[in-house]
Design a protein around this ligand. Sequence first.
Ligand code: F6P
Length: 324
Amino acid sequence: IRTIGVMTSGGDAPGMNAAIRAVARACAYYNVKCIGFYRGYQGMIEGDYTVMNARSVRNIISRGGTILKSARSVDFKTPEGRKKAADQLKEIGVEAMVLIGGDGTFRGGQIFSEEYDIPVIGVPGTIDNDIAGTNYTIGYDTALNTVISAIDKIRDTASSHNRLFFVEVMGRDAGFIALNSGVGAGAEEILIPEEDLGLDRLLESLKRSKRSGKSSSIVVVSEGDKTGKNVYELADYVTENLPDYEVRVTVLGHMQRGGSPSCFDRTLASRLCVKAVELLLDGEKNVMVGIINNEITATSFDDGLREGHEINKELLRISDILST
Ligand code: F6P
């Protein structure tokens, strides 16, 4: 392989720049040309790219976002779009791709690799941590730290005013961010998509909190939780049923995706992407790299995208005990 392409796709995540840097530098180290495509699959389709060398990625390891930009390409979902992308790669001379992104990116990569003989390796980059083929995705650790520092601040004002705060966090259909930040920030309750604890239990738990002398409370709500109510409806529901509580809502939103990546995410991105380039040079193809029990591994897209990537339910028990 003489030329490897790289792109970032889907929701951006802190550490994507560290990942791009690692691909470009590993390519330089192994004397392979590196092409960076802008806006994920869309840039591949449009032939929107830049030639990268070791110096094109200087000083980006600490930066949030992605210098290659990101997008969720609708065109790539069509056979015509994928054909255009394959034609572009051929014309530019790109022989293999490193795809940095989440499950949507990997699904696209899987279909593409079945249709065209272009080896691809997926690198998991998403704050959601919702990919089975790795214990951790790039960006998740930084997002968790962003969330707990936000909740710490909310707790300051919650306790000054004796208020109950509902804090909505991202994660799409997965509760990793909610569960881990909830335990880390000492939330009174955590609502996640994987476990429907029911609204009665929430009311009971809040009543218990009041009785035990707590004057303020934090409930972390995953955006995909299963209560059937959005976070504002939840707040209204609790206000109606527990008029003693003064309730406020904070939706953390896209701030969770920004910021300088943590050391964990930078190191993870560096390890995964060096491996991705080395695998391609060794003739490996159509797998995702991941970290499992601190080993860098390669997993088929099918296994890597398995449904039901387990959250650690033990954390719910821990949270119950500690919010007593
Ligand atoms: O997948 C990352 C993520 O931030 C999810 O947590 C969230 O549901 C979604 O992307 C938001 O997408 P958008 O940036 O398109 O609003």
